[in-house]
Design a binder for this molecule. Structure first.
Ligand SMILES: [Zn+2]
Length: 450
């Protein structure tokens, strides 16, 4: 579609935005108009897409992942463990990751996300070993080829076991190397403003794998280049104990001391915060990427989503890495968030609409964006359309609620910046069978290096 042609996604079966019950009109890469139920677009359109069998959502936004971990899914030695022993089991495998493996892992994960209705993907890649230096460059290339919007973060680990950290020395880099490469990536790839397809953020891995100096210097670099900051925080009680022991303070105090408690930052997990810390996060506008499946698999705990939102902190959704989830399906993750949320809050508070909000607008806010995550005119034409034509949906009365309650896991159509990237449930321009075969081979090769 050229920049001036218009397309009406007409009369969806249901829509997440009640003002767009008659669908949306797209022009080029953007949304032009919401159409009310039973109404016609204000101007004649060039094309129409009959959405009468589709549930229409803004494209889902994933706020945290580790694409490379698709190579170590359901890995026997790491099963049934909590975070720290799980990590120490896997570090030695991940240390042997090479660029060809990462390229396949990134493509597979992005395709899996796209197929689940996700139009913007965030990845946190922090493993840079001998054979893998240009990991982010490789991911940028893959995201561009697939036509998916990507927030790629230059992750890092600088605190190895020799210095009291958790990871082995083989996967840590020195601070100068990390900061220089971070600057290079921002200058080379980071796009600004509405419609950015590739953004770069800085992402030291966690308090137990990164030096204090790197946290502070990353915050300074992010501010001077006006890019975002991302890290894991408050995921487990072990991490809280580690921070008390090593820094003499709780994780959030450490974060604040390093200059990170701001609206430039979004945090993965954000589970073990007390009441006062939640208020501080809300005042600062720091975002939280809620990762329900991962938190359940590792037994880490439960994010206090509603208190964080009420305090003013953006709350988004994320599948997290595929060694702790182990799928990359954001539609499925919405169901997980709904069910987990109802263990803490009342069903009337954690509604399907609230969870859809986390996976769209909330996630977009975590990434610092207001041009995606909704169906407002002027926003990017990022859409996810689901059909309810599987046995699991048969007999459902409320199509929007059915997505979560019946367990939607595969979008029929996905549009990114006005371009269809999934049609009839299949990713465009991707040979899925070949990709899976090559990815599985790469996983076997990686496991065999141990
Ligand atoms: Zn993670």
């Amino acid at each position: 579609m050229t920049d001036t042609r218009t397309l009406w996604i007409r009369n969806p079966l249901a829509c997440a935005d009640s003002d767009a019950a008659g669908g949306v009109v797209i022009q080029g890469t953007r949304l032009l108009e919401k159409v009310a139920a039973g109404a016609q677009p204000r101007q004649a359109v060039d094309d129409t897409f009959d959405a009468s069998r589709h549930v229409l959502l803004p494209g889902l936004v994933n706020t945290h992942h580790h694409f490379y971990q698709t190579l170590t899914r359901a890995y026997s030695p790491a099963l049934n463990k909590e975070l720290f022993p799980w990590l120490t089991t896997l570090y030695d495998v991940w240390a042997n990751l090479d660029e060809a493996q990462l390229a396949l892992a990134s493509e597979l994960a992005m395709v899996e996300l796209l197929m689940s209705g996700c139009t913007t993907v965030a990845d946190h890649h922090y493993v840079f070993s001998g054979a893998l230096r240009d990991a982010i460059d490789c991911q940028v290339e893959t995201a561009r080829r697939l036509g998916v919007r990507a927030s790629l973060t230059r992750g890092s680990m600088s605190l190895g076991q020799d210095d009291g950290g958790l990871p082995p020395q083989s996967v840590v880099q020195d601070e100068r190397t990390i900061l220089d490469d971070s600057q290079r990536l921002v200058e080379r790839y980071h796009q600004r403003g509405d419609g950015a397809m590739t953004t770069i953020a800085l992402a030291p891995c966690s308090p137990f794998s990164v030096s204090r100096e790197l946290m502070q210097e990353s915050a300074r670099l992010a501010e001077s280049h006006d890019v975002r900051l991302h890290t894991h925080l408050a995921e487990t009680e072990d991490e809280t104990d580690y921070c008390q022991r090593l820094f003499g303070m709780r994780p959030l105090d450490y974060l604040a001391e390093c200059g990170w408690l701001s609206n430039r930052t979004w945090l993965a997990h954000g589970i073990h915060f007390n009441d006062d810390e939640i208020l501080r996060l809300g005042r600062a506008g720091t975002g939280i990427a809620h990762c329900p499946s991962s938190n359940m698999v590792l037994g880490s705990g439960m994010c206090r989503t509603l208190e964080l939102e009420a305090a003013g902190a953006p709350v988004g959704l994320a599948v997290d890495g595929s060694a702790s989830n182990d799928h990359s399906n954001l539609a499925n993750e919405m169901r997980q968030a709904l069910l987990l949320g109802r263990l803490r809050y009342s069903p009337g508070e954690v509604t399907h609409q609230a969870v859809i909000r986390w996976a769209t607008r909330g996630s977009a806010r975590c990434l610092g964006r207001d041009d995606i995550g909704g169906l407002e005119p002027g926003q990017q034409a990022d859409l996810a359309l689901f059909r309810l034509d599987e046995p699991r949906f048969s007999g459902a009365e409320n199509p929007l609620a059915a997505l979560l309650l019946c367990g939607a896991h595969r979008a029929d159509r996905v549009m990114v910046a006005g371009r269809w990237r999934v049609t009839d449930g299949k990713p465009c321009d991707v040979d899925l069978d070949s990709l899976m075969a090559r990815h599985d081979q790469a996983a076997r090769r990686l496991r065999s290096t141990l």
